[in-house]
Ligand binder design. Structure first.
Ligand SMILES: [Zn+2]
Length: 294
């Protein structure tokens, strides 16, 4: 597939982890390069380092989408935003940054500049003040972005019910589509919005050992997240060209290796467990390529 902007549709998993501060799986964050746009969905720990590994300056990012406001999805935000403003090859942002997300996004975008006011005041002498502006927008289900044939839609998911508004996202371009689940338990609305997608990137949780025997913990996990068996049912009903797990929430002795066999009880189609910097090219087929430095 050509890399010309007209054709480009590539998803890179910047971080596939969760709250545990692991070095091999950074916090949840996903880069979507589509047409002439580049979006980052969620900003978990280490997103800036991963973006830098790809040699993409933050100046090139069209905007940020947040799935919800659990801290593991946003703690890397200030790093992207502020480090991305510094006038070095990995930064150089000179235009305001748009941030779309559920309830809490406006507050997030208004208060972060207050927390970093001294740094912003001092560095504004050297870097364009517009490059550190945040423009937060709280969205509801439906289309939230359309430009040059690239469409981004949000859909509601169920991440512990009403207390924590959460979205999944669908990106459509040139007859192809990518769906990102965000954080959710098994959810019919996701299945509805994911119909016809080429790639489905889905969160997953698994418990083993002591964690699997703690009914209270299991209940809490089950109301927030999707087990591999449930994800298998989602994949079987959506039938994507490729299903990929990210945001691995592993409790007790559960490991990434447990996920595929458990999913196979319900789904026999193409499936991989994501790794940081895995690149997914959405063409006629969906191809998965491990990252290799240029
Ligand atoms: Zn969450």
């Amino acid at each position: 597939m050509s890399d010309s902007p007209q054709d480009l549709f590539r998803v890179t998993l910047l971080g596939t982890g969760a709250p545990p501060p692991r070095l091999d799986r950074f916090g949840p964050s996903t880069l979507v390069e589509v047409g002439r746009e580049k979006f980052i969905f969620d900003a978990g720990r280490g997103a800036m380092q991963r973006l830098h590994q790809l040699d993409i300056p933050f100046a090139d990012i069209t905007g940020m989408f947040l799935t919800h406001h659990h801290s593991d999805h946003v703690v890397g935000f200030a790093d992207l935003w502020l480090t991305g403003w510094i006038g070095r090859p990995w930064g150089k942002r000179s235009t305001p940054l748009k941030v779309w997300g559920p309830e809490g996004t406006k507050q997030f975008a208004e208060h972060l500049p207050k927390a970093f006011a001294v740094d912003i005041r001092v560095r504004s002498k050297n870097y364009p003040p517009d490059g550190v502006k945040l423009n937060g927008e709280e969205i509801s289900e439906g289309m939230v972005f359309y430009n040059r044939g690239v469409k981004v839609s949000a859909f509601e998911v169920d991440h512990g019910g009403e207390d924590l508004p959460a979205f999944g996202y669908r990106i459509d371009f040139a007859g192809r589509a990518v769906v990102l689940s965000g954080d959710t338990t098994f959810n019919e609305n996701l299945i509805r919005h994911a119909q016809g997608t080429d790639l489905l990137v889905h969160e997953v949780t698994a418990a083993a050992g002591g964690a699997a025997e703690n009914p209270q913990q299991l209940k809490r996990i089950a109301s927030n997240h999707t087990t591999p068996e449930q994800a298998g049912e989602v994949f079987a009903r959506v039938k994507p060209k490729l299903a990929v797990y990210n945001h691995l929430l592993l409790f007790g002795g559960a490991t990434a290796a447990d996920l595929i066999p458990a999913t196979r009880t319900r789904y026999s189609g193409p499936l991989i467990v994501g790794e940081d910097l895995l690149q997914l090219e959405i063409g006629r087929e969906v191809l998965a390529n491990p990252f290799s430095a240029k």
